[in-house]
Write a protein that binds this ligand. Structure first.
Ligand code: FES
Ligand SMILES: [Fe+2]
Length: 367
């Protein structure tokens, strides 16, 4: 791990013209992965889904992040809570599905909880001086909603997400991403290190090669434009050719320039996305091992009444590009385990600047 630590420290002294790729160990070290799980995935904000998945009070879904079973529930029109999905009695998982309810009842001995996490009933346990039902509630994790996405911070120590994303919020406000509705979602495991996947999503250098037939006609490498990173994000604009027609409905607040580009952004450690006028595409990334990563992904649209044909085309394009990336990342995994892998200069800021932004984010949080 020492080489990676030194390289991360060194990255803080580099600018885009002197940036270099990391040693292979950065992507293969089990020790480093443990540090990342502790200092990033436990201590920063992780994305769990979209608010439109739970539009009505009582709507909920069970999920799990970094091994922690969670219930995401809308307690009223204004509030979404992220509760522990572990029974306070003897630790059973409470729910495994999604739906609408006013009570979570444990399948084991029927302890039941209100949707705010408070205990409703513990059958047959009465008059025990050492049992205070009011104190026995499902713990709530720190959570925040930003841009229509729901985030959790497992250890409750992260600075507020909104404060970390101020600059990004300004860049994307006219897209009205909060109103976009998820119409496609998928989940799979990829053979890659989680950082390779983040870097891959966030650099435009490979767009015109790996995605020659799919993305190159829409967002070619040579039109990519880097923008300055902030405390909790980094990103770039993937600009469309002038003659590319608008693809679907968009918000009237968008300027002509904003309509002709996607804002690609990463909210490390686990969330990357690209928002355009008509849709936002996104991945939620969770490392499993150094060489495998769980990828939840989706597309939310500005026009929820989009035609079936347009929806199918958008999903096909997205899944095709994902399949292209998946193959390339498996290639990379094999290469990174070779004896002869080395480090080299990164391409200019517009094309690989986000890779240095990512190293520097990691350095700030890990060192
Ligand atoms: S473990 Fe839940 S009621 Fe016993
Ligand atoms: Fe790609």
């Amino acid at each position: 791990m020492q080489k990676s630590i030194e390289a991360l420290r060194h990255s803080l002294t580099l600018d885009y013209d002197s940036a270099r790729s990391m040693p292979a160990e950065f992507y293969t070290s089990e020790k480093l992965l443990e540090v990342e799980k502790d200092k990033l995935f436990t201590s920063q904000w992780l994305c769990l889904g979209r608010i439109q998945q739970i539009p009505k009070p009582g709507d909920y879904y069970a999920t799990e992040v970094m091994g922690e079973p969670l219930i995401v529930v809308r307690t009223n029109m204004q509030t979404i809570s992220v509760l522990s999905n572990v029974c306070r009695h003897r630790g059973s998982i409470l729910v495994r599905d999604s739906g609408n309810t006013d009570t979570f009842t444990c399948p084991y001995h029927s302890w039941s909880y209100n949707i705010d996490g408070s205990l409703r009933r513990a059958p047959l346990i009465i008059d025990r001086p050492d049992f205070e039902p009011k104190k026995c509630r499902l713990p709530a994790f720190s959570s925040e909603v930003w841009g229509g996405f729901i985030y959790v911070n497992l250890d409750g120590t992260a600075p507020t997400l909104a404060s970390q994303l101020e600059g990004l919020s300004n860049l994307i406000k006219n897209y009205h991403m909060s109103d976009m509705v998820e119409l496609h979602s998928e989940e799979s495991t990829w053979d890659t290190n989680w950082k390779c996947l983040t870097e891959n999503f966030m650099e435009g250098y490979h767009l015109s090669t790996v995605h020659r037939k799919t993305l190159h006609p829409i967002t070619p490498t040579h039109l990519c434009e880097h923008f300055p990173a902030g405390q909790g994000y980094f990103g770039y604009f993937s600009v469309f050719p002038d003659d590319l027609p608008q693809r679907g409905k968009f918000h009237p607040d968008l300027t002509t320039k904003e309509r002709q580009r996607s804002v690609m952004f990463a909210i490390p450690p686990g969330h990357v996305a690209g928002v355009a006028g008509h849709k936002v595409t996104y991945l939620y990334i969770q490392p499993d091992t150094v060489d495998t990563v769980r990828v939840k992904r989706g597309i939310a649209f500005a026009d929820p009444a989009i035609s079936n044909d347009s929806l199918e085309n958008a999903v096909d394009l997205f899944e095709q590009t994902m399949a292209e990336d998946k193959i390339q990342l498996a290639n990379l995994r094999q290469g990174l385990h070779s004896r002869s892998v080395t480090t080299a200069p990164l391409a200019p800021a517009n094309f690989e600047g986000n890779v240095l932004d990512f190293y520097q984010y990691l350095a700030r949080h890990i060192l």
